[in-house]
Structure formats: structure tokens, C-alpha cells
Design a protein around this ligand. Structure first.
Ligand code: HEM
Length: 394
């Protein structure tokens, strides 16, 4: 049977402002839906999103994980050698990067990152209110991540602008994309320069990629593009992950009290916040063959939009999915994707999120919202511009 058409624009302002208001209709319409607004198929149920992510042979990434089909259109930038690559290329680049973003590397970083999270949160807790986005979520990742990569000091503020442009570029060329790209030449030029060997500091993860090139694991050109993956994916994602963690904790005082009673729950609290409000809302795939999902046919070469955030709140999979519950078993959530493309930086994000949650639990007695969050619309990320909270120190 043909896919059920759903008259919703997943990149329209109304949708991006509150995607959760639309997800139920997408999931209910069918296992596979047709989205006339973007001429693409879609899947929003946990079972099918998760299965598609695991089946990279049928649902490939090399034709772009945005709306643009690289078989027919010029990519916005040279494709990522990780996100927009299939095996065997992806196997090679991913193995190389996995050796750099290793459990041992993260273990070594933990003490410094913890000290920085504690210091920042303690300072914020001494005031009566602060902006959880501009004073915490945007600040903490910038205190730890660029130094880990070994980025040049000058111009690091370009990272957030650049990430916003790239995540917008996965959607259509709508007003949000156009507004973001206007005047972005400086940010793009800065990132190009920051990925070059001569601008990376010794000892960082960026230089480690070039050392892999010296061992002939990749070319120097590939090394630059792999470093670019760190820069694109490593900051705006965690910024909004941490922003939504604070949003969730402040809107659910019982859960914050639970966390305060047992700060060892910090790791679980961050993970649940990613399920509850998934920063990376969607990614596309392209079918490599005709495929049938639950009786619905998708032809070969079709763009399919996977609604990760809708899957993470699918009542067909989760009990009371709307409820933020830090003790929930969230294993299998797709906030970091799944399968061969599952987030390279998940340990980085988890460590940052855990340390912020722990620092809040230990230094803040109460945290409550001062109004609604102000959204920054992005074609891929559920993003925050500002969110003011009132706090009492512990
Ligand atoms: C809360 C923070 C983060 C979230 C929610 C997130 C989410 C995701 C998701 C959903 C994917 C899968 C894409 C797909 O299947 O097409 C992904 C892939 C990726 N992420 Fe993250 N990410 C986060 C943080 C990071 C960080 C800190 C880094 C860098 C250290 C990073 C680097 C990457 C890379 C390079 C890929 C592509 C991996 C591949 O294709 O093999 N991410 N991320």
C-alpha cells in the first residue's frame, strides 16, 4: 500500500518551535508516511526509526543525511567522511576516530572537566537567577571542548555560528537557512583555517588525526575534513543537550530533588533528558533498494526522514513517554542515533552532561523556571536561545 500523506511541514516555523505537538499525528498516520511539503517519506515510530538506523545497507548515508540528495544535487559543503559516508570508507574513518575519542582519553579528562563544571555552577548558584543557556549551556562546552581538540584561541566563538549553519543545511533552503547563512563567510573561513595542521595545538585530538595521517591511516586532506567533524558536531549539540537538561530538571522539581538526594543519578538524568527532548531531532537516509515496511512500499533512491525525537517519545515503546523520569531505563533511545553512525562524541556529551547535572545537584538547593524558554529555530536541532531560572544555593 502507498504511504499515508501527512500535511505537515517538518521544517516550518510552527513545527520547529514545538515539534512534540505534531509527533503524535506523524506516528499515528502509519509506519511510513509521505510528506508532500518536502517530497520525502518519513518514519516516526520507535520500532521503525530504530530498525532503519541499524540497517545501513538499505538506508544509506552517502547520498546525504539532509534533504539534499547528493546523487542529484551539489552538497552544501564537501561531505563528512563519517556522517555522510557508507562502508567501507566509513569503517576506516570511524575506526581511526574511535581510537582518538577513547574511554581512556575521556577518563583522563574527567578531573579537569569536573573542576570546571563545579566552579561554573558554584558561581552561578551564588546569584538569585541566571540564564541557563547563555550563562551555562553555551559556556561550559566552550570551557572544555575546544581545548581538548587543541583549537587556536582566537575566534572560537565562530564554532556556534558554524554549527548552526551546518545543522540548518540538512533541511530545505528555507528562511531559517537563508537567515543563518547571511554574513556567515567569516565563521566558515575560521573553521576552514582551524582544521589545518599548522593551526592545531600539539597534544589535542585535532593533531591526533594528523598523526593518523602520518601513519597513512588517511590522507592529509581527509584529516582536515575529519577534524571538521569535531568542530561541527561537538559544540551546538552539547550546548542544547545541557540546556534541555536544565529545562527538564527545573520543570520537574521532584526529579531534581531525587537527583539531589543521590547525585550518582547524574549520568542517568542527562541520558533521560536526551530521550525526553532530543537535541538532534531528525536525520534523513536514502533507500538503496525497493523496501517494504509494515506493508508500505518505499522505492529505491527515496529520501526518508527519520524523526528521532518522535521515536524517543513513542508510547508504543515507552511507558508514559512525556514524563521526565531520571530513573527510567532509557537504553536503546535514539538521541545519539543507533548502528554504525551512532554518535562518535557520545562519551564526550555524556561526560559534560553528567558533570553539569552533578554540579547542580551538589551546589544548588532549588532551581525553577522564570517563564518559558526562548527558542532558536534550527532545521535539525531543537535549540534554545535563552532560558532564565531562579536558584537557591545548597
Ligand atoms: C548531546 C550531544 C550530542 C547529540 C544529541 C548527538 C547526536 C548525534 C546523532 C543523532 C548522530 C547520528 C547521526 C546519524 O545517524 O546520521 C550523531 C553522529 C555523530 N556525532 Fe554526535 N551528538 C552529540 C554530541 C557530539 C559530540 C560532542 C561530538 C564530537 C566529539 C559528536 C560527533 C559526532 C560525529 C562525528 C557523528 C557522525 C558519526 C558517524 O557517522 O559515524 N557528537 N550524533
Amino acid at each position: 500500500m502507498p504511504a499515508v500523506p501527512v500535511d505537515v511541514d517538518p521544517f516550518g516555523d510552527e513545527f520547529l518551535r514545538d515539534p512534540y505537538a505534531f509527533h503524535g499525528a506523524l506516528r499515528d498516520a502509519g509506519a511510513v508516511i509521505w510528506l508532500p511539503a518536502i517530497n520525502a517519506f518519513g518514519m516516526a515510530r520507535f520500532e521503525h526509526v530504530s530498525a532503519a538506523l541499524k540497517d545501513h545497507e538499505t538506508f544509506c548515508s552517502s547520498r546525504g543525511v539532509g534533504l539534499a540528495d547528493f546523487a542529484k544535487e551539489e552538497p552544501f559543503r564537501a561531505p563528512s567522511l563519517l556522517l555522510e559516508a557508507d562502508p567501507p570508507l566509513h569503517d576506516r574513518t570511524r575506526q581511526l576516530m574511535n581510537r582518538i575519542v577513547s574511554p581512556k582519553a575521556l577518563k583522563d579528562l574527567r578531573p579537569q572537566w569536573q573542576e570546571k563544571a563545579d566552579r561554573l555552577v558554584r558561581t552561578l548558584a551564588t546569584g538569585i537567577e541566571f540564564d541557563a543557556v547563555t550563562e551555562l549551556a553555551e559556556v561550559y562546552p566552550m570551557m572544555v571542548f575546544p581545548d581538548t581538540i587543541g583549537l587556536m584561541d582566537e575566534g572560537r566563538e565562530n564554532l556556534l555560528d558554524y554549527a548552526a549553519i551546518v545543522f540548518n543545511a540538512f533541511g530545505p533552503r528555507n528562511q531559517i537557512f537563508e537567515d543563518g547563512i547571511r554574513g556567515s563567510e567569516a565563521a566558515i573561513a575560521w573553521v576552514d583555517a582551524a582544521c589545518k595542521r599548522e593551526n592545531l595545538k600539539p597534544g589535542g585530538w585535532g593533531m591526533a588525526v594528523f598523526e593518523a595521517a602520518d601513519r597513512a591511516e588517511c590522507s592529509n586532506e581527509e584529516a582536515e575534513r575529519l577534524v571538521r567533524s569535531f568542530l561541527t558536531a561537538g559544540v551546538d549539540t552539547t550546548v542544547n543537550g545541557i540546556g534541555h537538561l536544565v529545562l527538564a530538571l527545573s520543570q520537574n522539581p521532584d526529579q531534581f530533588a531525587r537527583l539531589r538526594a543521590d547525585p550518582a543519578l547524574a549520568k542517568k538524568a542527562f541520558e533521560e533528558s536526551l530521550r525526553w527532548d532530543s537535541t538532534v531531532q531528525t536525520f534523513f537516509r536514502v533507500t538503496t533498494r525497493d523496501v517494504e515496511i509494515d506493508g508500505t512500499a518505499i522505492p529505491q533512491g527515496a529520501k526518508v526522514l527519520l524523526f528521532l525525537a518522535a521515536a524517543n517519545r513513542d508510547p508504543g515503546h515507552w511507558i508514559e513517554p512525556e514524563r521526565f523520569d531520571i530513573e527510567r531505563n532509557v537504553s536503546g533511545h535514539v538521541g545519539f542515533g543507533f548502528g554504525i553512525h551512532q554518535c562518535l562524541g557520545q562519551m564526550v556529551a555524556r561526560l559534560e552532561g553528567e558533570l553539569v547535572a552533578k554540579a547542580l545537584a551538589q551546589n544548588v538547593a532549588s532551581i525553577r523556571p522564570l517563564g518559558e524558554p526562548v527558542r532558536r529555530l534550527n532545521n535539525t536541532l531543537h535549540a534554545l536561545a535563552s532560558y532564565r531560572v531562579a536558584v537557591q544555593p545548597a
